[in-house]
Design a protein around this ligand. Sequence first.
Ligand SMILES: [Zn+2]
Ligand SMILES: [Zn+2]
Length: 360
Amino acid sequence: MRAAVLRGVNEKFEIREDVTIRGPGPGEVRVRLGASGVCHTDLSIHQGLIGSPAMFPCVLGHEGAGTVTELGLGVSRVAEGDHVIVAWVAPCGSCRTCLAGQTHLCLSSRARRTAPRPPQMQLESEGIRALKGGFAEEMVIQETAAVKIPADIPFDIAALVGCGVTTGFGAAINTAAVTPGSWVVVIGCGGVGLNVIQGSRVAGASCILAVDPTPAKQELARSFGATHAVHPDDLDEARIQLTDGIGFDYAFEAVGRPATVRAAYDATRVGGATIVVGAGSPTAEVVFNGEELFDTERKILGCHYGSANVHRDFPLILELWRAGRVELEGLVSRRIGLEDLDDAFEALDRGEVVRSMVLY
Ligand SMILES: [Zn+2]
Ligand SMILES: [Zn+2]
């Protein structure tokens, strides 16, 4: 099959026609991809900000949708020919976190992610790791990571829901559980931030302040439901004006840097909540003092995959899209082929695109 192989940090993608993938084992399915988005996490791996040298050579891409073409032993949730969105967490449904309703933190899925496993893909005699492998024509995934969707939904729309949309929308709806009339600020208006904005809009927030240095992103943020948009330098002035100096009920950080986490916290009111949605680095520390944590009761909430139950939330988001309540088309900046991935990664790094979508 065709695949974009990455051999190391900041290398160009090697587009090959002769990569093979093993068949599905028990509980697994093979998916022929229809579309696969370029997410910021792929860029962070490409730049070496996440991961280790041991993961190369690999195939990136974790925001895909496609058709189930082969079933492993014992698969019952999906059938051949079903259209599915690929989730990057495969909830087992029976571990302690799944039973607690936190399927996005499934302990079995986390253990599988870190366990040493033989590479799924092969190029001549060389093993290639699938991380998750969306930049290849086919993936082999756990059946619980394949979320069935109606066959009439275009793959490029469906794929978006596999990561960025669910992460942002879920941060507002699930992690924060934004309530009607809330005052919300969102720092960072990329693929995730825009979906925090529209999640907050759907939840009924009365004030949604978008914060981003790029005028084009500020404009986009308004079209996704932001009531106001400012440059980061003007955040404090906007906080004073929009909240009468009280501070926001919810501050979402969708960048992943200490300074923006701290800025989000400082923008909240006493008793408000900061939701850290951006994927940060393990070496970047954020400083809080003990007095402010105790005295102001501001909450700091981690947010993984929008705290989503993928089997509940993927169909829910698509229903809202069909009802005209959620915007998805406007997130796709470019439709590309695998051979355009180098350009797509550079454009994402420069902040010029929200989503480049590989079509197969
Ligand atoms: Zn992603
Ligand atoms: Zn589980």
